[in-house]
Design a protein around this ligand. Structure first.
Ligand SMILES: *Cc1c(COP(=O)(O)O)cnc(C)c1O
Length: 366
């Protein structure tokens, strides 16, 4: 068959092992999945109540314009509905953006390490990928600007960055946006926006009016705890949204996901609770790292990238045998570290106890 040469040798996304698979393999009754930055508190209880009482007609296609969800989200954010685009997760928006702007002969600039989907989609479209190493866990925007040339179509910024958790400094961001050529789309992925507690962070929403070449991505998969429903959204000036809309599948969000997002957005007290509990968990893990002299990056997310001073894959494997699934730094481009999702207090304490044992067994002086 006449496959695109670009997809030759590409590997399918390797999701973390499922809870069921690990339970079976190691004969454990309880598994704590702290690998994919899902919300350990689930979602707003209002969503369950709503689903229990509401009836839906599953034979009909969803509203392709997502009218109700668009108006709830628009009202919540104070952003015009014409400046919003919804995706089947922000993952799909990354692919829509790539499909719309990337092709052989153009290039795209991003950090390294960062969220893997930017580079994957760029490769599928045959674009050249220019990766700029992080500095202290955050984007080196001076060097990224340097990498932009006439053939650059998209720049990807991830703030806070996955896998380091570090937020981009506001003055560095605006200095960068001021200098990027107007015909280069800057995508600012804020998947962890709701978890940011850094006092220096300035809400970027108004930037979509100041910078007509900026698109901000957010998602309902992380703090909202709705990863299974697959809804993410992009915010940008109207001309950008108008260009991307025809590339979007007509029914890319479902009847259920649209309804549920509207309910979840109304319950901001749930988000506030998650943010403050997350903060406590973060402090507990940071205290452990400091006490044991393990380096970590200052996180504004619901995960922490922490040093383990031994092979990350071994730590990952040993923790899994004890019922805690984390991500090995080896697969994230940060060997010697693991990325752990901040869980409930009980999960965090359990994780730290098991990690202590694993590191001692490995001969790490802690
Ligand atoms: C989790 C994550 C996403 C994907 O979110 P979905 O909306 O579930 O597709 C996008 N970007 C980053 C940085 C993420 O960590």
């Amino acid at each position: 068959m006449k496959w695109k040469k670009e997809i030759e040798g590409l590997k399918a996304y390797q999701p973390g092992k499922s809870i069921e698979a690990v339970q079976k393999e190691f004969g454990l009754s309880t598994i704590h999945k702290l690998a994919s930055n899902e919300n350990p508190y689930g979602c707003s209880p209002k969503v369950q109540e709503f689903l229990a009482k509401e009836a839906f007609n599953f034979a009909l296609y969803p509203d392709g314009a997502a009218t109700d969800m668009r108006s709830t989200v628009s009202e919540h954010l104070g952003v015009s509905g014409r400046k919003l685009i919804f995706g089947n997760g922000s993952d799909e928006l990354i692919s829509i953006i790539s499909r719309s702007l990337l092709r052989p002969g153009v290039n795209t600039v991003m950090a390294k390490p960062t969220f893997s989907q930017y580079a994957l989609n760029a490769r599928i479209e045959g674009a050249e990928v220019r990766e700029v190493p992080l500095k202290d866990g955050t984007h080196d925007l001076v060097e990224m600007l340097e990498q932009i040339d006439h053939e650059t179509a998209v720049v990807w910024l991830c703030s806070p960055n996955n896998p380091t958790g570090v937020v981009i400094d506001d003055s560095a961001l605006t200095a960068f946006l001021d200098k990027v050529p107007q015909d280069v789309l800057v995508v600012l992925d804020e998947a962890y926006f709701e978890y940011i507690t850094n006092p220096t962070y300035r809400n970027t929403l108004s930037y979509i009016d100041e910078y007509p070449n900026l698109l901000i991505l957010r998602t309902f998969s992380k703090a909202y705890g709705l990863a299974s429903f697959r809804v993410g959204y992009g915010m940008a000036s109207e001309p950008i949204i108008a260009k991307l809309e025809p590339v979007r599948g007509p029914f890319n969000t479902t009847v259920l996901s649209q309804a549920v997002v509207s309910v979840a957005v109304e319950d901001q007290s749930f988000i506030d609770m998650c943010r403050s509990e997350n903060e406590k968990g973060k402090q507990l893990i940071e205290k452990f790292c400091t006490a044991h002299n393990l380096h970590f990056y200052p996180s504004d997310t619901n995960f922490i990238l922490m040093e383990v001073k031994t092979d990350s894959d071994i730590v990952f494997q040993k923790l899994m045998e004890k019922g805690y699934i984390v991500r090995s730094g080896n697969v994230l481009g940060v060997p010697g570290y693991v990325r752990v999702t901040i869980g409930t207090q009980e999960q965090n304490e359990g994780f730290l106890r098991q990690l202590s044992d694993v590191l001692k067994d490995q001969g790490v002086a802690i």
